[in-house]
Design a protein around this ligand. Sequence first.
Ligand code: PGA
Length: 240
Amino acid sequence: MKIITGTIEELDALVAQEFVKVVNKKPNAVLGLATGTTPIGVYANLSKMCKEHKVFFTGVKTYNLDEYKGIDPENDQSYRYFMNKYLFSGIDVKIENTHVLSGKIASDAEAEKYDEEIANAGGIDIQILGIGSNGHIAFNEPGTKFDSKTHIVALTESTIKDNSRLFKSIDEVPTHAITMGLATIMKAKKIVLVAYGKNKALAIKKLIEDEPSESLPCSILKKHPDCTIYVDEDAYSLMK
Ligand code: PGA
């Protein structure tokens, strides 16, 4: 696992460059995408570069990590809505080639079909990840099996609290979600994890220093052959 530190602006640009490199080399690349506050700057860079004709997304397919359970795609809290707003509306991707898990999936078996779809598309060439303050990646909370496929999860109190900043009240935060599993994520050929802010510092310290363990879901990334973590000064502050 490689570690790159810098300012948020520098890291947003570097991570966007990694995506551009992959797409310019393979115009029909499969991109693994994430929601949350963290990737917004990366997506802004990608939109800008697309407008400047430095990259074209017309041939790519995208698969998002997760979605809240029970939320409609039109709901402004849905991850489909987020992706349309922060990325898909700003680039030339074909909307029918963008995939966000449906909040209506009712069983793990149904959810697992997403893994087959990704495999049939050729597998993810580059996957962006954020990280939760509890070390989750996507909605794989502490204790998630390393061999998990896409599945339905109950969100932990810590995640509900972290995400409540984006809702009118904590009671409105969905309690369940559908998420790519850890084994699904590990199949991506290249992984970039981005962590900004003091709230992520402890998770980053544990990720760097501890042995892989299911109690820290992100630690599985240490077993990946091509994973780089992009960490700003605040998220790296406990390493100094
Ligand atoms: P954030 O979420 O980007 O909003 O901090 C990251 C995550 O919980 O994975």
